[in-house]
Design a binder for this molecule. Structure first.
Ligand SMILES: Cc1ncc(COP(=O)(O)O)c(C=O)c1O
Length: 417
């Protein structure tokens, strides 16, 4: 058992063992993992799933940029046959994030959407899933425009309201898919209650943990069956790679996901795997700064007279602040606020200098965006209105800059509103 303990105020948790080389069926044997059973979160982030390179001792896992592996003789190989099926760099990042999330196995994909697409293959024609109503727009698009063509059905509800969520369950429901905090209005779902609800109905709880990162929240601790991330965001953290990961705990899910990852082939490439491994080494440090800057900016905009409403779970005024304190470690780097009109939002977005006007989130640089016309443009206007994504809503992904510089930039930009 790898224990993850206190780091920057993080409570002690336990996670499952993820052994080096566990997916390699052949003769290669890795040295045993250096982590002790007491290894704490930042230590797990740095070391889990990785060993010094057996050939050279290189401390950093090499980028195995190869499509195939030479076999010793017919029927005898080193556990690696073909690059889509096995790649040591990818397998290292899979073990690393599985350990970080407290799961049993991880599967890395070419994007966050490819990861969610793989999860959806756990459903069969006729199955139904209940989904958070303000899930990422691309997730909604995949479910609504693609997967409904294959006799899958989806009901979108405010999963922050467990009664409403339970009412959406049918006999065919096999999955509860939640995002918490949700994007962009930071609505929370009670993870433990959601897991209990899903399991009472013999469904899986799947959590898209992209917005929080595993430093802030580890859904498997609360009973989730599957956790997914767009690694493009906090896990990679440096805005230089697109990828996705699925972490699972159930043996049947693991067996299926391994099969599907190879069968569909939407794998994360070796270089991107290496970039994400580089990213997770500093996850704990980065998240401490993202948390601090997110809170400071939320407090700053809350006090500004031109800001009508702020969405950030770390503010006592957030309706689920108590739940946030229970299931999150810090409140993350994402916040949104309403300026009341499209014109006001436009003026702010065109006036910022240090905040980069861009989609995406979770990188070291602070990004600012307009959900209604950018990340959530694929969500129909009536659904956007129902969820609270108004034309005046602005979203910030707080980076790790000095927060005083960020506040100065917002101050000058808000003067243009
Ligand atoms: C919460 C969430 N999940 C999934 C995705 C999809 O990830 P990717 O862009 O890596 O495909 C995103 C992308 O923004 C996201 O914000």
């Amino acid at each position: 058992m790898i224990g993850i303990g206190s780091c920057g105020g993080l409570r002690v948790i336990k996670t499952r063992p993820v052994e080096a080389g566990q997916y390699v069926p052949g003769v290669i044997s890795y040295p045993t993992v250096k982590l002790t059973s007491r290894a704490r979160f930042s230590t797990v982030c740095l070391h889990a799933g990785q060993e010094p390179d057996p050939t050279t001792g290189a401390i950093i896992t090499p980028i195995y940029q190869t499509s195939t592996y030479v076999q010793d003789e017919l029927g005898k190989h080193k556990g690696y046959e073909y690059g889509r099926t096995h790649n040591p760099t990818r397998m290292a990042v899979e073990r690393n994030i599985a350990a970080i999330e407290g799961g049993k196995a991880g599967f890395a994909f070419a994007s966050g959407m490819a990861a969610i697409g793989a999860i959806a293959t756990l459903l069969k024609a006729g199955d139904h899933a209940v989904v958070s109503d303000n899930t990422y727009g691309g997730t909604f698009r995949l479910f609504d425009k693609v997967l409904t063509r294959y006799q899958l059905s989806f009901t979108y509800v405010d999963t922050g309201d467990l009664h409403e969520t339970e009412r959406a369950f049918t006999k065919a429901t096999r999955m509860l898919f939640v995002e918490t905090p949700s994007n962009p209005i930071m609505r929370l779902t009670d993870l433990r209650a959601a897991a209990d609800l899903a399991h009472r109905h013999e469904a899986r709880l799947v959590v898209d943990n992209t917005f929080a990162s595993p430093y802030v929240q580890r859904p498997i601790e609360f009973g989730a069956d599957i956790v997914t991330h767009s690694t493009t965001k906090y896990l990679n953290g440096h805005s230089d790679s697109v990828g996705g990961i699925v972490v699972a705990v159930r043996d049947d899910d693991i067996e299926w996901l391994r099969f599907v990852q190879n069968a569909e082939g939407a794998i994360l490439g070796p270089f991107d795997s290496w970039l994400v491994l580089r990213g997770t080494k500093t996850l704990a440090l980065r998240m401490q700064q993202h948390n601090a800057n997110g809170l400071a900016l939320a407090q700053f905009v809350s006090a500004h007279p031109k800001v009508k409403r702020v969405y950030y779970p770390g503010l006592p005024a957030h309706p689920q602040h108590e739940l946030a304190k229970k299931q999150m470690n810090g409140f993350g780097g994402m916040l949104a606020f309403d300026l009341g009109s499209l014109e006001a939002a436009r003026r702010l977005l065109n006036a910022v200098r240090l905040h980069a006007l861009a989609e995406s989130l979770g990188g070291v640089e602070t990004l600012i965006s307009h959900p209604a016309t950018m990340t959530h443009a694929s969500v129909p206007a009536d659904r956007r209105a129902a969820i609270g994504i108004t034309d005046g809503l602005v979203r910030i992904s707080a980076g790790i800059e000095d927060v005083e510089d960020l506040k100065e930039d917002l101050t000058q930009a808000l003067d243009h509103v």
